[in-house]
Write a protein that binds this ligand. Structure first.
Ligand SMILES: Nc1nc2c(c(=O)[nH]1)N[C@H]1C(S)=C(S)[C@@H](COP(=O)(O)O)O[C@H]1N2
Ligand SMILES: [Mo]
Length: 300
């Protein structure tokens, strides 16, 4: 399953990795608009395309288990224990069990996927993930015909999680996908980014990435995957169902009750920082057929 997808950005589309890893230093050194313009290829609908820096991706996070400030995860998540890591797979599967992470992923090819991440709050990043297709993991555990949804659950380690201690949400954080969404080749389980293992604040050692949905669907630090018949609970939907739907597909036409979703602020834009138009399905239009016949305003 190594296909490339129309909207899967590649390193060939963007400036070499080394440049962006050190973007600030290079920009500081080059000191000219000319050099920056060269480093920023044009794109039809949305720009810039280049991945965010590691510093940005690891420094501006939502991981409410560690608090709600964007800097809290980087401050506190280092204390989370991620080894050994066991993922419980249960429900309507042929091969349920408590899988050591390596066993769950063994034999499945790790790929790089450069995806846009659009948070429901109105900001976005571009992140070069490393991971496996969720469909390959589901094939390995053997999904039974009665299964219609996949449910996910995040680890809870209260002693090192200030947000859990403070009860900022009901934990464990839970999320879910319809089975056909989960089987779509764009949906991945990420284990790294920029070729390095995930930092804890990004959801180490394994997290979901569903690039056409608002970021909160991409649940971090997964310890349980369940195949179920009924639509499973999802944390933000449980917290406020009028503001956060189960589907939560990125949709510039359906505003959040308290703000517009028509545009987004790309993190780290620096001198060129400007609001970008938000794209339907975050630009991943190949998923549209999953929602044929559905009213996406009602099923937001
Ligand atoms: N367990 C858990 N997963 C989570 C969250 C969270 O608070 N807890 N926040 C979500 C939100 S709102 C976003 S935007 C993304 C952010 O991922 P990143 O910090 O790796 O960019 O993670 C999602 N996954
Ligand atoms: Mo988010």
């Amino acid at each position: 399953m190594a296909q490339r997808w129309t909207n899967d950005l590649t390193w060939a589309d963007v400036t070499p990795k080394e440049l962006w890893l050190n973007r600030r230093q290079i920009i500081a050194g080059a000191g000219g608009l000319g050099a920056m313009a060269l480093a920023r290829p044009a794109q039809a609908q949305q720009e810039p395309l280049q991945p965010n820096t590691l510093e940005e991706i690891q420094g501006y996070n939502n991981f409410y288990e560690f608090g709600y400030d964007k800097a809290d995860p980087a401050r506190y998540a280092g204390e989370m224990a991620t080894q050994p890591w066991t993922v419980k797979v249960d429900g309507l599967v042929d091969n349920p069990g408590d899988y050591a992470l390596d066993d769950l992923l063994s034999g499945i090819e790790t790929e790089e996927r450069i995806y846009r991440l659009r948070c429901v709050e109105g900001w976005s990043m571009v992140i070069p993930w490393n991971g496996v297709e969720l469909a390959d993991v589901l094939a390995k555990v053997g999904v039974q015909p009665a299964a219609r949804f996949v449910a996910f659950e995040t680890v809870v380690q209260p002693e090192v999680m200030p947000g859990v201690q403070a009860g900022v949400l009901d934990f464990p954080y839970v999320e879910g996908l319809r089975l056909d969404e989960a089987m779509h080749p764009l949906a991945i389980l990420a284990t790294g980014l920029y070729g390095e293992p995930l930092a804890n604040q990004n959801g180490a050692p394994i997290r979901l990435v569903v690039p056409w949905k608002y970021g909160f669907k991409s649940i971090k630090s997964i310890v349980r995957i369940s195949l179920v018949e009924e639509q499973p609970p999802a944390t933000w939907n449980l917290t406020n169902a009028t503001e956060y739907g189960f589907y939560s597909n990125v949709n510039p036409e359906v505003d959040h009750p308290r703000w517009s979703q028509a545009t987004e602020r790309r993190i780290g834009g620096g001198l060129f920082s400007s609001r970008q138009p938000t794209l339907m399905f975050n630009g991943y239009e190949e998923v549209a057929s999953l929602y044929e016949g559905m009213d996406l305003t009602e099923n937001f």
